[in-house]
Write a protein that binds this ligand. Structure first.
Ligand code: HSE
Length: 438
C-alpha cells in the first residue's frame, strides 16, 4: 500500500495556506523523492470562516489544537501560528506526545530556542526550522551540513526584506523613509505595525539563530547590538552614493578569537560588494568559511510560497529520518549538545570598522580643523571629506569617512564634537563595511 506521512497543521494563515497548496501541487514529485506521500490530515486554526483560496482536500479543519496533538496517526506537527504563546506550548505539547515539529517561528526560537531544543532532545524528536531564517533560502541546512567542515569566519546578511525594499527605493528613487514605508504598507510588503522589521528586531531574531548554529553558542537576543533604519535620512543615502556606497541593514557576525562580534545596523557597503546588488525585498546571506571561502545565498526571505518551500523541505527531511528509523541524523544546533556554550560577545566599544560621519556645522573658518583635531586626538584618521553648499546662515553638512577606528574612540570623539558651539545637530554616524576606505 502507498505510504503516507500524516501531518497536523496548526495555523492556517498565509504560510499555512502555502504549505497546503504546495503539498497538493507537488505531492507527486515529493513522493518520487521521499518514497511516501504527504497528507495534511488535520488543520487547526481559531478562524474557521476566512476563505483561504486553497483546496484542503480531505483534511479535517478544526479550531481545537488537541485534535492534532491527541491523534496518534499524526507524526509531524507544523506550527505556523507565530508569536511566543501559545505557539511555544503547542510545540512542547507536540514533543511530549512524541511528535516531530516543523516551525517557521523565528521569534520563538530566538527567545526560547534553548528550552525547545532541550525538550526535543529529551523527547527524542526532531524539530525543523529552515523557514525561520531567510524563507526559501537554505540557510540553516547550509550552516548545519554544507559548511560543517569549516570554522565560520564571518556571516554578513541582509535578513529583512521589508527593510531592503525600503532602502532600495530610498536609494534608487531618492525618496524619504516615511513615504516608502507608507507605500510598502499600502502594497502589503510591510506590516501594519512595521516595528519588528524597521527596528531590526526581526533581523535580530534571524541573526541570533544564525549565530547560535554557526558557532555552537547559546545567544541572548538582548546582547546583540541593534539599530534599525527609521532614522535614516535621505541626505545620507545620497552622500553614500557619491562616495560609492549603498546603505543596507546588515546583520554581522564575525569570529574574533574567543569572542564573536555581533551587530545589526544600517551599513554602507561599496557598489562592487556582493551584497550591494541584493535589492528590493530579497534577502542574502554571505558566509566566509576558513576552507570554503566566500559562499553567497540569495533568495526570497518571506512570502507564502518561499516560506512553504522551506517548511515542506523540513517535513521531507524528518520523514526521511523516520523512514531510516533514526530520530535525527544532524544535531539540532549544528554542534553536539554537550559542546554548546554560552556566547562571549565582543563589546560594541571594541568593534573596529570604518565610519561615515555627517556633522551639521556652521560654515566658518576653523570648523574643519576643530572637528578633525578632536577626531585626531581620539586616534581617528580621516579618509575623505565632503563639504557642499555654503549657506548664509544655519548649518551645512560636513561629511567625513574614516580609516578603521575603534567604536569607543568614535563615541567619545562625537560626544566632544556635538558639544561644540559650531555644531548644531547630533552627528550622524553610519558604519562602513566591505573593504578598506580609500
Ligand atoms: N517581515 C520579514 C521581512 C519576513 O520583511 O523580511 C518575516 O521574517
Amino acid at each position: 500500500m502507498k505510504k503516507r506521512i500524516k501531518l497536523g497543521l496548526i495555523g492556517f494563515g498565509t504560510v499555512g495556506s502555502g504549505v497546503v497548496d504546495l503539498i497538493r501541487k507537488n505531492n507527486l514529485v515529493i513522493e518520487k523523492r521521499l518514497g511516501a506521500s504527504l497528507e495534511i490530515k488535520t488543520i487547526a486554526d481559531k478562524d474557521l470562516i476566512r476563505p483561504r483560496n486553497v483546496s484542503t482536500a480531505e483534511a479535517t479543519i478544526t479550531d481545537s489544537v488537541s485534535d492534532i496533538l491527541n491523534d496518534p496517526e499524526i507524526s509531524i506537527v507544523i506550527e505556523l501560528v507565530g508569536g511566543l504563546l501559545p505557539a511555544k506550548n503547542f510545540i512542547i505539547d507536540a514533543m511530549e506526545k512524541k511528535k516531530h515539529v516543523v516551525t517557521a517561528n523565528k521569534a520563538l526560537l530566538a527567545t526560547y530556542g534553548n528550552e525547545i531544543f532541550e525538550k526535543a532532545d529529551e523527547e527524542k524528536v526532531n524539530i525543523g526550522f529552515e523557514a525561520s531564517v531567510g524563507g526559501a533560502i537554505p540557510v540553516i541546512k547550509t550552516i548545519k551540513e554544507s559548511l560543517a567542515a569549516n570554522n565560520i569566519v564571518s556571516v554578513f546578511g541582509i535578513m529583512n526584506g521589508t527593510c531592503n525594499y525600503i532602502l532600495t527605493r530610498m536609494t534608487d528613487e531618492n525618496l524619504p523613509f516615511e513615504e516608502v514605508l507608507k507605500e510598502a504598507q499600502r502594497l502589503g510588503f510591510a506590516e501594519a505595525d512595521p516595528t519588528y522589521d524597521i527596528d531590526g528586531i526581526d533581523t535580530a531574531h534571524k541573526l541570533a539563530i544564525t549565530l547560535a548554529l554557526s558557532y555552537g553558542k547559546r545567544v541572548r537576543l538582548e546582547d546583540i547590538y541593534r539599530e534599525g533604519i527609521s532614522n535614516l535620512d535621505r541626505q545620507d543615502v545620497e552622500f553614500a552614493s557619491q562616495l560609492g556606497y549603498r546603505i543596507k541593514l546588515l546583520a554581522i557576525a564575525i569570529q574574533r578569537g574567543e569572542e564573536i562580534e555581533a551587530r545589526i545596523h544600517p551599513t554602507m557597503i561599496p557598489f562592487n560588494h556582493l551584497l550591494s546588488s541584493v535589492n528590493g525585498n530579497y534577502n542574502a546571506f554571505h558566509f566566509e568559511g576558513d576552507h570554503s571561502g566566500s559562499v553567497l545565498l540569495h533568495g526570497q526571505g518571506a512570502g507564502m510560497k518561499p516560506t512553504a518551500s522551506a517548511v515542506v523541505s523540513d517535513i521531507i527531511d524528518i520523514a526521511r529520518d523516520m523512514e531510516k528509523k533514526v530520530w535525527r541524523r544532524v544535531p539540532l544546533r549544528a554542534f553536539k549538545k554537550d559542546q554548546i556554550q554560552d556566547i562571549k560577545l565582543l563589546s560594541m566599544d571594541d568593534v573596529r570598522t570604518n565610519y561615515y560621519f555627517r556633522f551639521s556645522a556652521f560654515d566658518r573658518p576653523g570648523v574643519l580643523s576643530k572637528i578633525s583635531g578632536i577626531l585626531g586626538s581620539h586616534s581617528i584618521s580621516i579618509a575623505s571629506v565632503i563639504q557642499k553648499g555654503r549657506k548664509d546662515e544655519g548649518a551645512v553638512p560636513v561629511v567625513m569617512t574614516t580609516h578603521e577606528s575603534r567604536e569607543r574612540d568614535v563615541r567619545e570623539a562625537l560626544e566632544e564634537i556635538d558639544k561644540l558651539d559650531i555644531v548644531l545637530d547630533k552627528t550622524v554616524l553610519i558604519r562602513i563595511e566591505g573593504g578598506q576606505v580609500q
